[in-house]
Write a protein of this length. Structure first.
Length: 105
């Protein structure tokens, strides 16, 4: 939370614009890097004893936050952002005309 306060303070003193966004269903966008199985959900017609293998993360899955974060990092780094040395959830993009910082809360 300290980094968010710092970013807001720097933006306020520099008269920068602050924006926020929300990734809808963020945890559903993470790819799993291990085999995870679950019982078929209610309404799925599966023989007794069968299980479902997950290829993507689901809400409630303990791996979901990490899977989404890894996906986010790969996308934002491909866009030219660099992770901060001080906070792994802070990414910075510098160019001639702009300074852009993104923090994940």
């Amino acid at each position: 939370m300290t980094i968010v306060r710092t970013l807001i303070a720097v933006a306020a003193t520099s008269s920068w614009t602050i924006s926020q966004m929300d990734v809808k269903n963020a945890f559903l966008h993470g790819d799993l890097h291990e085999e995870v199985y679950m019982q078929p959900p209610p309404g799925v017609d599966a023989p007794s004893g069968y299980v479902c293998r997950l290829h993507r993360a689901l809400y409630g899955l303990k791996q979901a936050p990490r899977a989404w974060f890894e996906r986010f990092v790969s996308v934002i780094q491909a866009a030219g952002f660099s992770p901060s040395d001080h906070d792994p959830a802070l990414f910075i993009h510098l160019s001639t005309w702009t300074y852009f910082a993104s923090s994940i809360c």
